[in-house]
Design a protein around this ligand. Structure first.
Ligand SMILES: [Zn+2]
Length: 303
């Protein structure tokens, strides 16, 4: 081999290594962090065999829920802005590449602050939310992130139904055209049903709206409204639905004192098992053969 040619080999190797390094740095910059890049590269696919699974993602003081069923996925809220990247990473790491439906219960930042990040991470077929000026501003006003093409926006109300694999999701509140002084009371209330198991999602509604849901009958799992605030999770609702488990999404040592002791007391009196993101991290409920099981723990958190 000539001396000139032998010089080309290490030069070529050096150039290839430099190109690979640039590619890695570019991918990392696009992803935002090495952790996100790893989640994006190595996240496993969504199983078509799995039954209904609910993930209450630990997003601190806010709410973001992921529902998966037979290879399909939906979200209920996207959590606050300061946790958006972590929420999107979690969703991706669960194998989700497309959301059939993204429900936004109401346009408060602790529920829709992570919208843009989720939008960047996965495809979205439909965004479903109650109709109010604040929702329309968020989703349609010029300059808002909602200008981007791709997802169909539906303003939904009582009676609307959606499918997620073999699961059915029914909208119980609000009625068409209803407006409330307190935006929390406009929150979508959703009932998910799968293999005879029912889960009730109540956003941030207060007791006033909770009482309108009665009679609803037995519900195995309740998302306790408004992060466990005493203004929600009333006795009358608990007596009607007698939930086996309640999931509460709230931040550790949050400024509001959520969940309030009175709510925990009402749940205890009702023999409802309480699971909390502030103490147990991300909560996962799985339905198999008509039975509900719950797993918790920070080990389940995103990488
Ligand atoms: Zn909230």
């Amino acid at each position: 081999m000539s001396r000139k040619r032998s010089l080309w080999i290490p030069l070529f190797a050096l150039l290839t290594a430099a190109c690979l390094l640039c590619l890695c740095l570019f991918a990392r910059q696009r992803a935002g962090s090495w952790e996100t890049l790893a989640a994006r590269l190595f996240g496993r696919g969504l199983s078509e065999q799995e039954g209904l699974r609910l993930h209450m993602i630990d997003v601190g003081q806010g709410q973001a829920l992921l529902l998966t069923c037979n290879g399909h996925a939906a979200m209920i809220d996207t959590g606050p802005d300061d946790c958006a990247r972590r929420t999107a990473d979690y969703v991706w790491s669960r194998g989700v590449r497309r959301l059939d439906i993204l429900f936004l219960t109401h346009p408060h930042s602790d529920h829709c602050g992570g919208l843009e990040e989720i939008w960047d991470a996965v495809a979205v077929n439909v965004i479903a939310t109650p109709d109010c000026p604040e929702s329309r501003a968020l989703l349609t006003e010029p300059g808002s992130w909602g200008d981007r093409e791709g997802a169909k926006t539906e303003y939904i109300s009582t009676g609307a139904r959606f499918s997620l694999g073999d699961a059915r999701i029914t909208v119980l509140h609000p009625r068409a055209g209803e407006q409330f002084d307190d935006l929390n009371d406009l929150s979508l209330v959703l009932l998910a049903e799968y293999e005879g198991v029912r889960m009730l999602f109540t956003g941030d509604i207060t007791q006033t709206v909770e009482k309108r849901l009665i009679p609803l009958g037995y519900v195995q799992l309740l998302q306790a409204a408004h992060h466990g605030s005493n203004s929600s999770t009333c006795e009358a609702l608990l007596e009607d639905i007698t939930p086996d488990a309640a999931f509460i999404s709230c931040g550790r040592d949050n400024d509001y004192g959520h969940p309030h002791q009175k709510v925990l007391g009402r749940l205890r009196a009702n023999d409802t098992a309480v699971y909390r993101t502030d103490l147990q991290g991300t909560l996962i409920a799985a339905v198999a053969e008509g039975k509900l099981s719950v797993t918790t723990g920070r080990a389940m958190d995103p990488p």
